[in-house]
Design a protein around this ligand. Structure first.
Ligand SMILES: NC(=O)c1ccc[n+]([C@@H]2O[C@H](COP(=O)([O-])OP(=O)(O)OC[C@H]3O[C@@H](n4cnc5c(N)ncnc54)[C@H](OP(=O)(O)O)[C@@H]3O)[C@@H](O)[C@H]2O)c1
Length: 336
């Protein structure tokens, strides 16, 4: 049997995580028993929510345990099987990422259809990331025909898909913000945004007011902080805000001040609603069908930033948190 390397959390980060908070540990791998499969991970996902799981605090998911392998989305190939339903060679997705091999009960893995899209798409556009964008825009913010939609973190995994889905749902104007001129260019030229903001370029409110001269009806918030404050300033009456994430504060060591203009939400009768994608799994089938159609018609462009090797996975996570990615940040492992 092969050996497997896996990433353990060995210290709880304070502020921005440091590579020494993690350790790459070699373990032995057992043969699967009845009802189990051994999966070789081919792609693993690094995601912002993992930063929260590194803290020992109560949240909607439990913290990672010190000295244990971290978890996360992964896709791989069954290389040894004790399951009639999952023969050797089956491509599967599961939640035992951050490691080269995973021994799993058959119930913990889900076959993925690689005739529709490459396996790694199930960690991005066709997986949790795409469903987050879709659920946030449809069930949470209820995008309507003719809306102006603003998306922060727009060049990232969720944001780049949300911008394109908003268009498919009938938005008349889609505005995105991201860090730096190159990401701004890509929002306009590759992801089809009508207007783009580089949040490092100066006043967000001013830039947003220019980019959305008729105001904003829906704000899809991936960032929080100054972005939420600017959005509140330019929202139209009865606007809807999908609070998806607050990445600007994930490494904060002190409580982060809230927007100083919350009264705008009263005067404008705004609806601000937080959500977690796991509460919207009932949309998965509907979304998968629509997303496959949009991809086939060339209406949903997906982008990945790929880092090779389990030994670079921690760095990939740290770099994603700093904005090194466009589209989905993925770690590719050797596939034989
Ligand atoms: N509610 C849910 O169920 C759910 C599910 C998935 C994801 N999320 C949330 O959605 C957001 C995006 O996640 P993702 O997986 O798509 O990650 P991502 O956007 O692909 O990667 C994170 C991005 O955040 C941006 N960023 C980092 N620090 C920032 C700051 N201080 N201000 C503005 N932007 C900053 C960086 O882009 P720039 O170069 O543009 O700064 C970076 O590329 C996160 O907040 C995440 O927690 C929520």
């Amino acid at each position: 049997m092969p050996t497997s390397r896996e990433v353990h959390l060995v210290a709880r980060p304070v502020g921005e995580p440091d590579p020494t908070d993690f350790s790459l540990v070699e373990t032995s791998v057992d043969e699967p028993g009845p009802g189990q499969v051994l999966v070789r991970n081919d792609w693993i996902s690094v995601d912002p929510y993992m930063r929260g799981r590194m803290n020992d605090t109560k949240s909607y998911v439990p913290p990672f345990q010190l000295g244990e392998p971290m978890e996360g989305g992964a896709v791989g190939t069954v290389v040894s099987s004790g399951s009639d339903d999952l023969p050797v060679g089956t491509a599967v997705s599961h939640f035992a990422g951050w490691r080269e091999y995973a021994l799993l009960p058959e119930k913990a893995v889900r076959p993925v259809d690689t005739s529709l899209a490459p396996a790694q798409a199930y960690l991005g556009a066709l997986g949790m990331v795409g469903l987050t964008a879709y659920a946030g825009l449809t069930e949470v913010a209820e995008v309507r025909e003719g809306d102006t939609v603003f998306i922060s973190g727009a060049a990232g995994a969720v944001g780049s898909i949300a911008g394109q889905i908003a268009r498919q749902l009938g938005a008349k104007r889609v505005v995105g913000s991201a860090g730096g001129p190159e990401k701004k260019r890509r929002l306009l030229e590759e992801f089809g945004f009508d207007a783009a903001i580089d949040y490092r370029e100066g006043s967000l409110t001013k830039q947003l007011a220019q980019a959305a001269p008729d105001g904003v009806d829906v704000y899809f918030d991936n960032v929080g902080g100054d972005h939420l404050q600017a959005a509140l300033n330019v929202m139209n009456e009865f606007g809807r805000v999908a609070l998806c994430g607050q990445i600007a504060s994930y490494n904060a060591t002190e409580p982060v001040p809230g927007p100083n203009n919350m009264f705008m939400a009263v005067g404008k009768r705004l609806n601000l609603r937080g959500f977690i994608v796991g509460d919207h799994n009932h949309l998965a089938g509907e979304y998968a069908r629509r997303a496959a159609g949009w991809i086939a018609e060339g209406k949903l462009h997906t982008e990945e930033t790929v880092v090779d090797g389990i030994d670079n996975s921690v760095q990939a996570f740290l770099d994603m948190m700093r904005g090194a990615n466009t589209g989905k940040m993925l770690v590719r492992l050797p596939q034989q």
